[in-house]
Design a protein around this ligand. Sequence first.
Ligand SMILES: Cc1ncc(COP(=O)(O)O)c(C=O)c1O
Length: 354
Amino acid sequence: MSYFRDNIERMSGYIPGEQPKDGIYIKLNTNENPYPPSPNVLTALRKVINPSLRLYPEPLADGLRRAAAEVYGVKSENILAGNGSDEILSILLRSFVGAKDRVAFPVPTYSLYETLVAIQEGELVRIDYPADFTIPAQLYSQSAALTFLCNPNSPSGTLVPLPDIERLARALTGILVVDEAYIDFALNEAASAIPLIHRVPNLVVLRTFSKSFSLAGMRIGLAFACEKLIAGMMKVKDSYNLNRLSLIAATAALQDLPWMKRNVRRIQRSRAQLAGSLKELGYDVYPSQANFVMAQVKGWNQKRMYEALKARNIFVRYFDSAGLQDSLRISIGQPREMKTLLQEMALIRNDPAR
Ligand SMILES: Cc1ncc(COP(=O)(O)O)c(C=O)c1O
C-alpha cells in the first residue's frame, strides 16, 4: 500500500546533474557560470547578514521587481519573482493546468517540464523537434492549456527567432511560456521575447539569475507577462517565496550589468573556440546560443566518454534517453578548463581500450 497519490507513486522524479563533493574537479554538467558574481553582490549580502534576518522578506519582492522593471523596460506589475525559475515553472503548472489538461512542448528539452506535468496530472504532449530545431509545425495545433518553448533550447543550445515565437503565441489558445534561462548568452541582443508581453496576452517569459548572473546558489528567477497573468500567478505562489538574501543579491546583480555582460562575452568567446575544437575531434556541434554546447557523433554512444571523463574528475552531462545517447552537453568553463577537457577527450578517443 502507498500513501502517495497514484500519479506520484508511478512517476520517476527529476534527476538533476551531479553536484560533486568538495575536491579538485572540472564541473561542466549543470551550466553554472564559471566566473563569480559581481563583487557588489557579495558586498550587499555581507551588509544584510545581521539581526534583520529575524524578519520575513518582502512578500511580493517589490524592491527587486522595481529594479528589474527598470532594466527590462516593463512595469513592476509585469513581473513575478520566484525561488529560481524552477519554482516559477511549478507556479505556472499550478496556475494553468488541471488534471487531464494538455501541456505541449518540443523535445528534446529541459526535462523538468515533464516531471511537473506528471505531478499536476496533466496530459503530456511531446513533439519532436525537426533536425534544424525550428518550431515543429504540430506545436501550433495541440489545444494545450500550456505550451513550453525553451529558447535557447537545452540541450541543443539552438535559438528560435522572435517572429516565429510571436506567430506561435498568436496561434495558441492557451498560455505560451518562453523559458529564456540562457538568452543572455545569445549573440543577438534583441532575441528576447520580453517586449512581446505588451501586445501578446497569453505569453509568459522566464529568466533566471543562475546562469548569466552567476547566482545559481541563491535561487532567483523572474517571470514577465501582462498584468493580468502576473496578478493571477501571485495568488498561487508561496507568501515569502524568496528569502531576504536572494532579494538583495538579485537587486545588486541587476545594478551591475557590465559585470554580467563581460562574463557573457568571455563565455561566448570560449564557446566558439570549444565548438571549433570539438569539431576537430570529430564531433558535430549544434550552433549554440547558450553557455553550453551539444556535441554529437551520430551512432556512437557517449556513455563511455562521459564515464571516462568523470573518472578523471571532469563532469559533463550525458542523457541516457532515446535520441540523446550519442551526445554530450558540455557547459562552457574557464579557458584552462576547456583546454584540459579537450586534452582528456582526445586521449580517451585515441585509447584503444575505450
Ligand atoms: C531551461 C532551463 N530552465 C530553467 C532552469 C532552472 O533555473 P533556476 O536555477 O532558475 O531554477 C534551468 C536550469 O538548468 C534550465 O536549464
